[in-house]
Design a binder for this molecule. Sequence first.
Ligand SMILES: *Cc1c(COP(=O)(O)O)cnc(C)c1O
Length: 226
Amino acid sequence: MPSENNISSNLSVIRDQIEDTRQNSNMSSEEVCLVAVSKTKPVEAVIEAYVAGQRVFGENKVQEAQVKFSDLGQKRDDIELHLIGPLQTNKVKEAVQTFDVIQTVDRPKLVKALSKEITKQDRHPKLFIQVNTGEEEQKAGVLPKDLSELLDLCEAEGLKVSGLMCIPPVEEEPSLHFSFLSELAKKNGLDSLSMGMSSDYELAVRFGATHVRVGSSIFGEREYSK
Ligand SMILES: *Cc1c(COP(=O)(O)O)cnc(C)c1O
């Protein structure tokens, strides 16, 4: 079991598993970026992972990330910070200031707000579109049928999209969603695929993930979810 006290060894186990899986799959990407999801965890945990060589982190809340990652001084300069939670348009300003990658672009209103703010700040986070592959009502993400229209809007607004992200429904076989997301990316000429979490990152790598988002297997269980 992953433990809070073993961030460094958890990381090395996961890195090895990712690399093994990558080498043994013919659909896998040439490189897989491990995004260490530090939501709800203290800055000390981030520092421990940093000392163990981890440079890419994910957070799901704008304000929590702002506070946590402002404490890191010089280390902040070589960290790549990803937003993996839903983004409200009233937080777009802070999100563009804080994140290097925004994985959760999912609707026209947000695309327009991001475009405006990115131009204003002249700061250009990488953008992923979150796709609601399970078409779940309560879940964020653009519906698959609306993806190409949203991509057209991004282009019209001058925003470059790097890839797609999904969170499969908990009760469904994730591989179906991973292969579907991979097809959608191919169809739309996008290179990056963010998929796979603690329970299924190896499966995601097998299906071509370029980014896996792993939290509890690195940092231990969270006290409350989200
Ligand atoms: C919390 C979270 C993760 C990490 O989940 P674990 O199961 O702890 O690895 C990944 N992606 C998103 C979008 C999350 O909110």
